[in-house]
Design a protein around this ligand. Structure first.
Ligand SMILES: [Zn+2]
Length: 101
């Protein structure tokens, strides 16, 4: 749409929100780090090893995503297993914190 270069001028790497599909700079997204079948947790600093799932920090994506992975079935989509339930709680807590900032 615009005339800006896609990657080099956008202030860093771009990632896709797992919930809404928006492509944003990494600093606009919350990284969730983990590995299939293991523990998943929010990784705001982007430092944890493992696979990354990215969610918009605003716009409700964290809340919606948390609601989806709260169940075993929902978490299975990202191979989270039972870890999705704990992550859902953390995300919900973070989302409410972000909203009041
Ligand atoms: Zn999103």
């Amino acid at each position: 749409m615009g005339t800006k270069p896609r990657s080099s001028d956008a202030g860093g790497p771009q990632r896709t929100c797992a919930q809404c599909g928006a492509v944003r700079g990494k600093d606009r997204l919350l990284r969730i780090a983990g590995k299939p079948g293991g523990e998943w947790k929010p990784d705001p600093g982007g430092k944890l090893p493992g696979r990354g799932i990215y969610l918009c920090r605003s716009g409700g994506c964290m809340v919606i995503f948390a609601a989806r992975i709260r169940t075993q079935k929902g978490g299975a989509r990202w191979k989270m297993g039972a870890g999705g339930t704990d992550l859902a709680k953390m995300l919900a807590a973070m989302a409410s914190g972000e909203a009041t900032k």
